[in-house]
Structure formats: C-alpha cells, structure tokens
Design a protein around this ligand. Structure first.
Ligand code: GDP
Ligand code: ZN
Length: 303
C-alpha cells in the first residue's frame, strides 16, 4: 500500500522519507530511476514499505512541486526567513527590501528576523523599533530574536509551523546559532557560510529538512546555515511597485496613472511619504529596483 511522505534527507543511494508512520529509507524504483536526479529533498512522494523491520521502502511517485530551489536543491520550500542584525554585521535595508521583492516574485513567503537583540543599546532598540514598525505595517512577519537568551524563539518556531522554511542572510547574523537553539540535539556548521551572498564554500553539501520539535504543528526547517538568495528575476519595471505592499495599495490613486512616484505632481505615494505614513527609504529602494529593471530589460531586448 502506498503511503505519502516527504523526502527530508538524501544519502548516497537512498532518500530518508518522513511519513505519518515514521521514517523510511527508500530508493527510487525502476521507471523513476532514470529521473532520480530530479528527486530532491523536500519532494512529496508516495512510497511503499518493502521491509518493515529495517524500515526500508521504495519511492513510487513524486508529487508535483510548488517550488524548486537549485542551490541548494530543495523542493517545495514555502517560507524564507531573512535573518539580519542591527550591527555585527550592520543592517542593510536595501538588501532587505530586495530580499522581500525577490521572495514574493518567486512566490515564496518572506519573514524577517532581527537577531542579537541582546546586544542592542536603548537607542539601537528604539531605531530597530521604527524599522520593524514599517515592515509590520506593510504586512511582513517581523520577529526580534536573540539566539543567546532565547527571546523571540517561540514566535520564530510558531511561524514555521506547517511550512517548509529556510534561513537566508549574511554570514555572522546568527543563522546557525538560531538553528542550534531550535534543534539543540544537532550540530550546525557555525559560521561556515561566507561571502555577501551567503553562498557557502561547501556547495556540494545536501540540505536536510529538520522536522520541527513539538508536533503536531508540523513543519520543517532546512538545516542549511543560509540559502543563496540570488538576483531579482526579470520582471517588467511597472510590476515592481506591486511587490511593495504599501505602494501596491496606492495603485490608481495618483494623478497620472503611469506615475512612478518619483516627483510627479499629484502623487499619492509622495503625499503619504510626507505625511509619514510610507517610509521614504522604501520608496527609494523601489525606485532603484524600478530603474534597474529598465536597464536590464533594455539589455535583454538588445540581445
Ligand atoms: P551565521 O553565519 O549566520 O550562521 O552566524 P553564526 O550562527 O555562526 O553566528 C555568528 C556569531 O554571532 C557567532 O559568534 C555567534 O555566537 C554570534 N551570535 C549568534 N546569535 C547571537 C545572538 O543572538 N546574540 C549575540 N550576542 N551573538 C550571537
Ligand atoms: Zn505616484
């Protein structure tokens, strides 16, 4: 009888599958075999138990994916959690806004985690409060954590319930430390991912999906200390505003319907910026991405 499960780990010739009836070690069978490269961690599969003593089985079919990350290979990811810090390393709001646009453009749910809250002075805490207020007003999940004293961790685990999540973010922000707190029985490669893209040097390593503790809430977190969040996909420049929820809400409200909210008269977005309801830096980042898309589209068309 076929039972559904999720591939949580890849071994040399086997996949480890998490099913409602426990873990199974399974290979892909016959027909699927020639496609076996395509099977990857995160895939939902139907499998059959071939030996209930050794918990071995075979994979019969793979379900259709909702998403597929290439580096590292990971199917059906639903949420990407960007971990940032106010200092060490310093906060980069432009990179944060790019991340938000990028995840939305790929159909993934973004979340923002500001870690190392234990390190903040009162003044830094206040300025972080202003920033998180902006993101929360836009509707983004925003959590302040400390991997050192555990604050915000329950909230973080809460947003991972029922989802397949992975961390992204610069090296040194505390992704491994957060993973170690959530999964205390496992060792994580602390500080191993390097470079501004968070793209590690250990690119051959496969990802393992770790089932969240405290079922029945379900959900998995990828054990990677950071997925590489690549560049924005090529989208028409006029679509960029649609990826900024506070700008998206103003579509059709400016005097000119092709207003890009730069300095046109009768711009509703500018009015809201002046009124302090929309953060000026968000509009700045939007404009930068808007202009970048024009350049990229021209280059693309020339080719
Ligand atoms: P990663 O590169 O994002 O995986 O970052 P790590 O987890 O390796 O952490 C980088 C450094 O920051 C390590 O020295 C951690 O001990 C430290 N760190 C991580 N989280 C926290 C935190 O919440 N508070 C403080 N004070 N330090 C932290
Ligand atoms: Zn406008």
């Amino acid at each position: 009888m076929a039972i559904p499960g999720r591939i949580v780990q890849e071994e040399k010739n086997y996949f480890i599958i998490d099913t409602a009836r426990g873990t199974l070690r399974a290979a892909t069978r016959g027909l699927l075999k020639k496609d076996s490269k395509r099977v990857c961690v995160g895939d939902m599969v139907d499998c059959e138990v071939t030996n209930s003593d050794t918990r071995e089985g075979i994979i019969l079919t793979i379900h259709e994916r909702t998403s597929c990350l290439i580096r590292p290979p990971l199917a059906n990811l639903t949420q990407v959690i960007l971990v940032c810090t106010v200092k060490e390393p310093p906060l980069d709001l432009e990179a944060t806004d790019r991340f938000l646009v990028c995840t939305s453009a790929y159909g993934l749910t973004p979340a923002l985690v500001f870690n190392k809250s234990d390190r903040l002075t009162d003044a830094e805490q206040a300025s972080l409060g202003l920033i998180t207020a902006v993101y929360r007003r836009c509707g983004y999940t925003t959590i302040i954590t400390s991997a050192f004293n555990g604050s915000g961790l329950e909230e973080l685990m809460g947003i991972c319930a029922g989802r397949v999540s992975a961390f992204a973010g610069l090296s040194g922000v505390g992704k491994s430390a957060l993973l170690s707190k959530i999964f205390p029985d496992r060792a994580f490669r602390l500080g191993e991912v390097s470079g501004p893209t968070g793209r590690g040097t250990h690119t051959t390593t496969c990802v393992t999906l770790l089932p969240l503790p405290n079922p029945p809430n379900g959900g998995y977190i990828a054990d990677t200390p950071g997925i590489a969040f690549v560049d924005l996909p090529l989208v028409p420049e006029e679509d960029i505003a649609g990826y900024f929820p506070e700008l998206e809400q103003q579509i059709g409200k400016c005097k000119f319907n092709n207003c890009i909210h730069e300095n046109e008269p009768g711009c509703r977005v500018r009015e809201l910026v002046d009124a302090g309801e929309i953060a000026a830096w968000r509009v700045e980042h939007y404009l930068k991405m808007f202009k970048e898309m024009i350049v990229r589209r021209r280059r693309y068309n020339e080719k």
